[in-house]
Design a protein around this ligand. Structure first.
Ligand SMILES: [Zn+2]
Length: 399
């Protein structure tokens, strides 16, 4: 990969900073130089791209996706040819392409059936499919619970500290990048009450000890206060959903102090309460309406407490992940705070230091938007406004 010079760029650096009319030199997949103004003189062999009127920012990082949980094909009609299971892998490859052409170049998969995220990650690494960098938990470590009957191969049921320790080790043996636990029940399961803790304090402590000792992070699905308290106090790195946190300001203060991250996943509450309500029993729809309100209250309370907030879509269609960014802005973040949540803060939550920022030395995972995402964050959901995506300095093919 040769050197590329991006000129006349307005840069949002992902950390809350802005540079006008910058020249950015990329070399060997990394950002080699950033200079305000047009001081960099292109040498021979440089490719020059003029980005006048465009906004350059870090590629998006999504901290909470489920790569294989949603249908992307129209429902099978009577008499149509049955679809082979293997066709699903092509669907996954298509999802991976949809993500990168929208400038979402890093995703953390927090649960997929049949180890699909692991398989897709391997296919992308082998160059068999274009796609984002994928971090996966392999299977979710859960207490034996009603959700295990619904989410089957997405979960690894485990009870008691010894079994929990083994379950964590199994996920790492499979190649998990981090460990995901169900600290509480799920709002999407009728037989589960999302309020009480589902794992005991000793079990959560064991997960955190085991993962951290081996240099891996822990993400906790946490809805009600009981399980959320245990997850925060025992040092879980990212609190997923965390909607009840507005009720316990002391836990938000503790999260800020301990450098923990909240992934509010507002979109998933919209899914169950309105956008896809027809797919859920009405008890869950009513519950989701209450939870949606709580999730927004927690978003502003977390911001006030200085808790790091990371974007996690937890919804679909994948590729339109920035819908979550727009919702966080509607919920009270400034557009710049929303962009930070979807770039550097999400990267920090995942423990990644080379993406999420436009910085000398960082991987050149960059997104160039036609328009101003600070004025209208929804441009990030619109393919026609995505001018250019560079993955490690190379343009992503939009086809
Ligand atoms: Zn989720």
């Amino acid at each position: 990969m040769g050197e590329l010079l991006l000129t006349n760029a307005r840069v949002l650096d992902g950390l809350g900073g802005e540079i006008q009319n910058a020249t950015i030199r990329l070399d060997d997949g990394r950002v080699a130089e950033i200079s305000p103004g047009a001081d960099v003189v292109p040498g021979p062999g440089f490719e020059v791209m003029d980005l006048s009127g465009k906004t350059l920012m870090p590629a998006l990082v999504d901290a909470h996706v489920h790569l294989s949980s949603y249908e992307t094909l129209p429902p099978l009609l009577r008499g149509e040819e049955p679809r082979a299971d293997a066709v699903h892998y092509f669907e996954l490859a298509n999802i991976a392409r949809n993500l990168i052409r929208m400038g979402i170049l890093t995703v953390r998969d927090v649960g997929s059936m049949d180890d699909h995220a692991l398989h897709l990650r391997q296919a992308i690494r082998l160059g068999l499919s274009a796609g984002p960098r994928i971090l996966t938990c392999a299977r979710i470590v859960s207490a034996t619970s009603p959700g295990c009957r619904i989410f089957t191969t997405m979960y690894r049921p485990a009870d008691g500290v010894d079994e929990i320790r083994k379950a964590v080790r199994e996920q790492l043996a499979m190649g998990a990048d981090f460990v995901k636990i169900m600290a509480t029940g799920a709002r999407s399961v009728v037989l589960e009450d999302p309020e009480p803790a589902q794992l005991t304090r000793e079990e959560v402590r064991t997960v955190v000890e085991e993962a951290h000792r081996l240099g891996k992070r822990v993400a906790a699905h946490a809805e009600g206060s009981g399980g959320t308290r245990i997850a925060v106090e025992e040092g879980v790195d990212t609190i997923e959903h965390g909607l009840s946190l507005h009720r316990t300001p002391e836990l938000l203060d503790l999260m800020a102090e301990q450098d923990q991250t909240l992934v509010p996943t507002l979109s998933t509450f919209h899914d169950v309460s309105e956008d896809h309500a027809e797919k859920y029993p009405c008890t869950l729809v009513e519950q989701a309406k209450r939870q949606r309100e709580e999730a927004y209250r927690t978003l502003t309370a977390a911001r006030e407490a200085g808790v790091r907030i990371a974007m996690g879509f937890d919804s679909y269609p994948l590729g339109e992940n920035a819908r979550e960014l727009a919702r966080m802005v509607e919920g009270g973040l400034t557009p710049m705070q929303g962009i930070v949540a979807a770039t550097s803060a999400a990267a920090a939550a995942l423990g990644l230091e080379d993406v999420g920022e436009v910085r000398v030395g960082a991987t050149a995972d960059l997104l160039v938007v036609d328009g101003d995402p600070l004025e209208d964050p929804s441009v990030l959901q619109n393919l026609t406004r995505i001018h250019l995506v560079l993955q490690a300095g190379s343009p992503v093919n939009a086809a």
